[in-house]
Ligand binder design. Sequence first.
Ligand SMILES: CC(C)(COP(=O)(O)OP(=O)(O)OC[C@H]1O[C@@H](n2cnc3c(N)ncnc32)[C@H](O)[C@@H]1OP(=O)(O)O)[C@@H](O)C(=O)NCCC(=O)NCCS
Length: 333
Amino acid sequence: MGSLFYLRVNDRLELRQRAPEDAEELFALTEANRAKLREWLPWLDACTKVEHTRANIESTLRQAEAGTGLAICLWHDGRIAGVGGYNVIDRANLTGHIGYWLGAEFEGRGLMTAANRALVAHGFTTLGLRRQTIAAATGNVRSRAIAERLGFVQEGVLREAEMLYGRSVDHALYAQTVSDWARAGGGVGEGAGSRPVPRAMGVADLREALALWNASEGMGLSEEETEPVLAFFLARNPGLSAVLRAPDGTLAGAVLCGHDGRRGFLYHLAVAPVWRGRGVGRALADFAMAGLRAAGIARATILVYADNARARGFWDRMGWAERDDILILQARP
Ligand SMILES: CC(C)(COP(=O)(O)OP(=O)(O)OC[C@H]1O[C@@H](n2cnc3c(N)ncnc32)[C@H](O)[C@@H]1OP(=O)(O)O)[C@@H](O)C(=O)NCCC(=O)NCCS
C-alpha cells in the first residue's frame, strides 16, 4: 500500500486518510452522534459495532488504491472531529463527489468549511479534477450552507434521490468546476486570503442579502422578493448571482444576476455602507458580467431608479450606458 494521504489545514486541523487504527475512535464518535447523524445519513443502522467501522475503512483503502475515492478523518487538536473526502472519484471524467459529517461538539467553528476548502484545492491541483460535486438533502440546510460557502453552485434538485429510513428525500446538487474555482481566486477567497473575492450566492445567503437590500437606500424591493422566490431564481440561474463576505463573515455586498437565454439582467447590487468605496461593488458587478459572458450572453440590463444619483454615477463609471428612449411597462400575468 502507498503512503496515506495527509494534509495540514492549520495549526489545529489536519486531514488524514482513514486508517484501520482509527476504527475505535471513529466508531465512538459515530456512537456519540448516532441520533443526529441518522437525520441525514442512511448507513447508521448498518454500523452498530466497531467491526463495521473497521470494515468500512478497509473498503475505502481499497477504493483509494484504485484511485476511485479518498476517505479522510478530520483531526482537530489530535482528536477525530468528523469525516470527509471523496466518496467517488471518476478517473475517466475527472470528477469527484464529496461527502462529510462532523461530531456535534465540533460544529459551529468552520472546521468543515476549512477542511473542504483544502480538500477542493487538493482535488483541482494534485488530483487534476475538473469538477467536484456535493449533494445534500434539500432540507439539510447546514450541509447546503457549507457547499455554498465553498462557492459550489446549485445545479438543480435531484428528486426522490435517497431513501432515509423509509422517507424519500430530494437532493440539492452542487458543483464547482476548475474554472469556477480559478475565477473565485483558487480557494484563496473568502476568509482565507487578504483579498476577499465574491462567490456564487446560495440559498443560505438569501436571508442576509434580503436584510442588506431592505436596508440599502435607493432600492425598491417588490412583494415577490421572498426567500422561496429568490431560491427559485438562483436555481434557474446557477452561478451568476454573487455575494462578497468580509473577513469576519458578515455580508459586505450582494447582487442578483440571471438571463433568459438572450439578455442578461442584474438586480439589487448593494454594498453595506462600511464597505463602500473599496471595490466591492465593482467586484460583484464583474463576477456577474463574467458569468454572463461565459454563458454567451452579449448584453445586460439593469433598472435604476432615476433619482438614485449614486447608483447612476457608479454604473456610469462601470461603463454602462443609460437609455432614454425606452419606457418600462409592466402587467400581471
Ligand atoms: C452603488 C454601490 C453598489 C457602489 O458600491 P461600492 O462598493 O461603493 O463601489 P466600488 O467601490 O466598487 O466602486 C467602483 C468604482 O465606481 C466608482 N464609484 C462608486 N460610486 C460612484 C458614484 N456615485 N459616482 C461615480 N463613481 C462612483 C468608484 O470610485 C470606483 O471607481 P474606480 O474603480 O475607478 O476607482 C453602493 O454605493 C450601494 O450599495 N449603494 C446603495 C444601493 C444601490 O443604490 N444599488 C444600486 C441599485 S441599481
